[in-house]
Design a protein. Structure first.
Length: 270
């Protein structure tokens, strides 16, 4: 079990000694070359990366995969180097049998299938369109790519629709302060909340954990560009609603749910 104090110590060390703590940002490291050497020219897919999900039922710890096994941590810290937005819609009840969605969007902006078209104008993306009348019939999610100290590859933090408003508010606050997301270290914790129906669920909470030194921030931007070249999009099997559609990796773009309406109930399908 990794304690919160261990995570905090690691983050402080990262800011003080960036070259040793953020191995992927060391000047001598070519991440694209390392990926090609180990995985060949087939490259990486976002689905290849280790993933952390928002737990169910109001739990306040993440299950973090490591070489030593899965450990529980109450906070994640690192540098956001990119985001992947997507939407999936199933006209019937979701069965988990691997059937593709009726409509999906690789960027959270334009859907392909039935009904298809611009997500911002789609009635299936409106709050209240879900069967329970509270959420969206078309599920919106974001894969946040978080580069952690000591890692060569980013961790995927899978954010459900109930956490997207918190992410957007954090990005807006960074914008107001004049920061780009890869210029700071971000801390992600969990909070337990209840929806209008009294159901308890977990939601991500974001905070800036310190500014990066200018040289480290510049290397983070270079890393994002290099990783974009190493990642290859390929079709994958539908496993569950969280990964119902293949989507493209968009490094360095802040477009998380920019066309969604978060004025309604933030709880949908969790």
């Amino acid at each position: 079990m990794v304690s919160n104090s261990d995570v905090q110590h690691n983050s402080e060390t990262a800011l003080a000694h960036p070259d040793t703590s953020y191995r992927a940002l060391a000047q001598a490291v070519d991440v694209a070359e390392v990926v090609t050497a180990n995985l060949g020219f087939a490259g990486l897919n976002v689905h290849d990366l280790d993933k952390v999900k928002i737990p169910a039922g109001g739990a306040l710890t993440f299950e973090l995969p490591t070489l030593q096994g899965t450990v529980a941590v109450d906070e994640l810290r690192g540098i956001i180097i990119g985001m992947v937005d997507y939407r999936t819609f199933f006209a019937g009840a979701f069965t988990g049998d691997g059937s593709p969605p009726d409509c999906s969007s690789a960027d959270g902006i334009y859907g392909v299938g039935t009904p298809g078209g611009a997500c911002a104008r789609c009635p299936k993306a409106a709050w209240g369109s879900a069967e329970n009348g509270r959420g969206q019939a078309c599920s919106a999610r974001t894969h946040l790519l978080l580069l952690r100290p000591g890692s060569m590859l980013p961790l995927v933090v899978d954010l459900p629709s109930s956490s997207l408003a918190a992410l957007r508010k954090y990005l807006l606050r960074l914008t107001d302060a004049g920061h780009v997301f890869h210029q700071v270290q971000t801390a992600i914790a969990l909070e337990a909340v209840k929806n209008a129906g009294g159901i308890r669920y977990s939601r991500a909470a974001f905070a800036m954990a310190g500014e990066l030194a200018p040289d480290l921030a510049a290397r983070a931007a270079e890393y994002a560009r290099a990783l974009e070249g190493a990642l290859k999009a390929r079709e994958v099997e539908v496993e569950n609603l969280a990964e119902a559609a293949e989507h493209d990796l968009r490094i360095g773009e802040v477009k998380a749910a920019e066309n969604a309406d978060f004025t309604g109930d933030p709880f949908s399908d969790e």
